[in-house]
Design a protein around this ligand. Sequence first.
Ligand code: DQA
Length: 148
Amino acid sequence: MIDLERILVLNGPNLNLLGERDPGQYGTRSLDEINAEMFAMASRLGVELEFLQSNHEGDLIDKIHAERKTCRGIVINPGALTHYSYALHDALEAVGLPCVEVHLSDIESREEWRRVSVIAPVAWKRIAGKGPDGYLEALESLVNHLRT
Ligand code: DQA
C-alpha cells in the first residue's frame, strides 16, 4: 500500500483562458479539462493534487509557502512570470521542493524575451512544447522522482 503523496499544481497569469487564448500556440483544451486529466492520472499513481491558478504573483507565492510542508513537489506553469519573477524564483528556492516547470509552447523557439526563464535555476526539470500532455508528463516524472 503506497502512502498518498500530495503534489501542488500551479498555473500563473492568463492560463485561466486556456482553450480560447491563442489556440494555435496553447491548444484548445481548457484548464479545467487539463486538470481533470491530471486528476485521473494522479488517481492511477496514488497521489493527491492541490490546484491553484492565479493571475497574481503574490497568490502563487502565498500558496507555495502555505503548502511547503503538506506537498512533496510542485508542477508549475508560471506563464509570463517565468521570464521575470525573481520573487517566484525565490519562493521556490526557499521551500526547496522538487519542481517541474511546464510550458505548453516551446518557449525556446518564440520571441527572444520568452527564451529566458528565471525559474529554470530552481526547477528540477522543464517540459516545454508538448501542449497539455506536458502537464501529465511532468506529474508522472515528478512522482517517479519522488519514489526513487
Ligand atoms: C507559457 C509561455 C509563456 O511565455 C507565456 O507567457 C504563457 C504561457 C506556456 O505555457 O507556453 O502565459 O508559459
